[in-house]
Design a protein around this ligand. Structure first.
Ligand SMILES: [Zn+2]
Length: 258
């Protein structure tokens, strides 16, 4: 659902594979939802149905889980799309971190048989990504800020199939949205998801999530756009997964001993 999406979030393929990918990926800034989420044509088609079925989509057939809990990746290459060694190390460190907390694994693409994979690259401004598994998914890390540990973890969770916390159907019990402070072009990023199409996976609202927007996210005037109802709570800018993030990933991917 176009209103749902947001606000916010490798390499040993042969050269021919990579060139094929680059041709299909193209350049420039794609149409994003919620600031950092890029939809496939099929996702857009479904979401254009007035938004219905999004979360069935998000947790169902459209935003698909990665088989065998394994995300397949390839790093972009060349002067335009390539990451430096240090940048690759930061991405791999974020992957290692998620692996250490969950049963999710990351492995490099091993050729054309790995049709579904995500290309992690530079190339366009901003930090953004597809949501869930896809044949030519992209994770664009186009600026230095994108290489902060928490920013990479955030985008990697989108690739796993997760969206932003502040749009949960029960969010009105936990946060207030100051609509008057929201950048006009970003209002869709703050719309609430319908309960019939959202699953909390049996877990409570999570102020501490790495997927939660900050107080002044997408503000037009520097004032708060999101205000926690609970006193003393900080939101956004997390560098680590919360305990509930870890549970959410492990539940969604049917990890053992959850
Ligand atoms: Zn995001």
């Amino acid at each position: 659902m176009k209103w749902f999406l947001v606000a916010f979030c490798i390499i040993w393929v042969n050269c021919l594979d990579l060139e094929d990918n680059e041709d299909q990926l193209g350049d420039g800034i794609p149409e994003l939802y919620d600031g950092d989420m890029l939809l496939t044509p099929e996702q857009k088609r479904i979401l254009s149905l007035d938004g219905k079925d999004f979360w069935r989509v998000a947790y169902g057939h459209l935003v698909q889980r990665w088989p065998h809990n394994t995300v397949i990746y390839v790093f972009g290459a060349g002067s335009k799309h390539g990451l430096t060694k240090d940048e690759k190390n930061k991405v791999r460190a974020a992957m290692d971190y998620i692996e250490s907390k969950t049963c999710v694994k990351y492995r490099p693409r091993q050729g054309q048989k790995d049709e579904d994979h995500v290309m992690i690259r530079r190339g366009s401004p901003g930090c953004w990504t597809n949501v869930g598994r896809g044949r030519y998914a992209r994770l664009n890390l186009g600026e230095e800020k994108c290489f902060k540990h928490g920013a990479i973890v955030h985008e990697l969770l989108h690739i796993l199939g997760f969206a932003h916390t502040h749009q949960a159907p029960n969010r009105d019990d936990y946060i207030d949205i100051n609509w008057g402070n929201v950048n006009k072009s970003a209002k869709n990023a703050f719309k609430k998801l319908p309960s019939e199409h959202w699953t909390m996976l049996g877990l409570p609202y999570d102020y501490d999530s790495v997927m939660h927007f900050s107080r002044k996210a997408l503000s037009k005037n520097g004032e708060d756009t999101i205000v926690p109802q609970k006193k003393g709570v900080n939101i956004g800018f997390r560098q680590e997964l919360s305990e509930l993030d870890i549970k959410r990933i492990n539940k969604y991917y049917n990890c053992p001993n959850v």
